[in-house]
Design a binder for this molecule. Structure first.
Ligand code: ZN
Length: 284
């Protein structure tokens, strides 16, 4: 994620939090708070948080696993923050959700130490997308701190195996680990989720599930579309054979430009409650 120091912040919570913590931007303020919490917990290597939700304990925030329809809900019970987290999901996702909610807690708590002001700030949360984005940034930093993550990921060969290994090391979901890899620009690659889909007689295409996750410094060789006709064979093999498949992709652009050669790696993987294929695309 690009750290902008010039943008204007509309959220009062973000502005107050930034003023209290200081630093170049709310992003660097969040990185500072995460480092402080990791030091307080005495954690200097992954996993930074386990199923015990150590950061929530450190901050005296209660976590309750419940049958709720969204990932997480934050509330204030008296003077104590309570996080409800959806029970029926993976422990990696719960881990991220709890840290996301702790991001809201830390921004609120550092914005004011006056309880009635804190309550009114909580009630008047109108610029939610800024706070949501920063809470996601907080969770990523708390579970996968920049320096530690860059050091470990850059020692690994860009591959799906390395991605799965990092997710196991940090106890994070494959999706949030892939996002961290690309936002920090550690590997030059794209990730996307997809499924092979039969279209008419003996014809199969690839349905893209959501937008690809792309390293900022990398040009995308393909157009963002719901259905694509390249990479079909390895994606079918990965899905049906339940194994990691590696293949070469050739993108021939119009206008006499030279062909581009890329590698595609595909593996079957569960995403929430659905079996999908995750693919990694990188220049050859
Ligand atoms: Zn949130």
């Amino acid at each position: 994620m690009a750290i902008s120091i010039t943008r204007r912040w509309n959220s009062e919570i973000v502005r107050l939090f930034w003023k209290q913590v200081g630093g170049l931007s709310p992003f660097t303020a969040i990185e500072d708070v995460c480092t402080e919490l990791q030091n307080q917990l005495g954690r200097s290597s992954p996993p930074f948080q386990s199923e015990q939700y150590e950061f929530a304990r450190l901050l005296n925030v209660r976590v309750i696993e419940n049958e709720i329809s969204c990932d997480g809900v934050l509330a204030l019970a008296g003077t104590r923050f309570v996080i409800q987290v959806r029970r029926n999901t993976t422990s990696e996702r719960k881990n991220f959700t709890v840290c996301h909610e702790l991001g809201h807690v830390e921004m609120l708590r550092r914005a004011t130490d006056n309880l009635s002001e804190l309550r009114s700030l909580m009630d008047a949360r109108t610029r939610l997308n800024e706070e949501e984005m920063l809470s996601n940034f907080f969770a990523a930093n708390l579970l996968m701190p920049r320096k530690d993550f860059v050091d470990r990921a850059s020692q690994l060969v860009p591959s799906l195996d390395s991605l799965f290994q990092l997710a196991r090391t940090y106890r994070t979901s494959v999706a949030s680990t892939a996002r961290r890899i690309t936002e920090l620009g550690v590997w030059k690659c794209h990730f996307f989720w997809c499924l092979p889909e039969a279209r008419g007689f003996q014809r199969t295409v690839v349905r893209m599930l959501g937008k690809p996750i792309i390293s900022e410094s990398l040009q995308c060789p393909y157009k963002n579309a719901e259905y694509v006709t390249w990479g079909v064979k390895p994606i079918i093999l990965a899905y049906e054979g339940n194994k990691t498949v590696d293949d070469r992709l050739i993108f021939q652009k119009h206008g006499g430009a030279a062909a581009e050669f890329w590698r595609l790696e595909a593996a079957r993987h569960d995403f929430e409650n659905e079996t999908r294929v995750i693919a990694l695309v990188r220049p050859e």
